[in-house]
Design a protein. Structure first.
Length: 287
């Protein structure tokens, strides 16, 4: 049995940013209109892997797997990826674009953010959101953040849209990734005790963790996936997601993973790739 790690603030990651989320699909081209016209991303490259982004920054990579089977709903994997836009007018533009495509959406006011929810044609969950200013986030004395799921006034939001359809602007990024996990306590031990993220909010069956006081870089939940095995290799859906950290933080993470007995592999350019206890793959790359 591996002894539990005791992390000090010096070992916790700082200057963390999320990079592209990589998906597998039988037909990447079928997804392009959704991400281009609805989400507002630019098509940066095509081929066996379609890359889409904003301001030249890759945010979604979709690789062809012609034999990929759909992931079981109960399997660990992607609950949603969350694309963050810089302002309310940009969120309103996405609301109108998705509405004009005839897509069904959810919408919520989370106190820290305002968000739209929609599935891509493969069934991958997508959130598009804008943050409220950090000094408006409701915080408890212990530093955790209160989030809620309240109705969002879509009529008021729509009135803030610019008159012409606009793509997602520069500054749009991957704000967070929400994962389905099979065991919440095992996920906590990995992402908090070993990786070093901080718990920002707890809810029944879910944890929200981050670096540097953000409301969450990762959501972790067992709402559909408690006790479920990882999907088979080659399944459609989440292949991996990318985390950007300073090189020194990646090196320190490698040491902590080794000390915890967690298998990982080096990747070109000084990064590493690792699977969490539920089989979700994260690729850490130098910022």
């Amino acid at each position: 049995m591996t002894a539990a790690l005791s992390l000090s603030p010096k070992t916790a990651p700082h200057d963390l940013a999320l990079g592209a989320v990589a998906l597998s699909s039988r037909d990447p081209e079928r997804l392009i209109p959704f991400y281009r016209d609805g989400v507002g991303l630019e098509v940066l490259s095509t081929g066996e892997t379609v890359v889409l982004g904003a301001g030249g920054r890759p945010l979604v990579e979709i690789t062809r797997r012609s034999d990929a089977a759909p992931a079981p709903v109960r399997a660990p994997g992607l609950f949603h990826m969350a694309i963050r836009v810089p302002d309310r007018a940009s969120l309103a533009a996405r609301l109108l674009a998705l509405h004009h495509m005839g897509l069904r959406m959810g919408a919520s006011d989370h106190l820290v953010s305002e968000a739209l929810y929609v599935d891509d044609p493969d069934g991958n969950g997508i959130e598009i959101y804008r943050d409220r200013p950090a000094d408006e986030w409701p915080r408890s004395v212990d530093g955790t953040i209160a989030m809620a799921t309240l109705p969002l006034d879509l009529n008021a939001l729509a009135r803030e849209a610019l008159p012409a359809a606009q793509p997602a602007p520069a500054g749009t990024d991957m704000g967070h990734v929400h994962l389905k996990v099979s065991d919440l306590e095992a996920a906590r031990r990995f992402w908090v005790d070993t990786v070093g993220l901080t718990i920002m909010a707890r809810y029944p069956g879910a944890l929200f963790v981050s670096a540097d006081g953000y409301h969450h870089h990762l959501g972790l939940n067992t709402w559909q996936s408690s006790g479920a095995p990882a999907p088979a290799a080659g399944t459609a859906g989440l292949d991996h997601f990318t985390v950007r950290l300073p090189q020194a933080s990646i090196d320190a993470l490698g040491q902590r993973l080794a000390a915890a007995g967690v298998a990982f592999a080096a990747v070109e350019g000084g990064g590493l790739t690792v699977r969490d206890p539920s089989g979700n793959t994260a690729v850490f790359r130098p910022a």
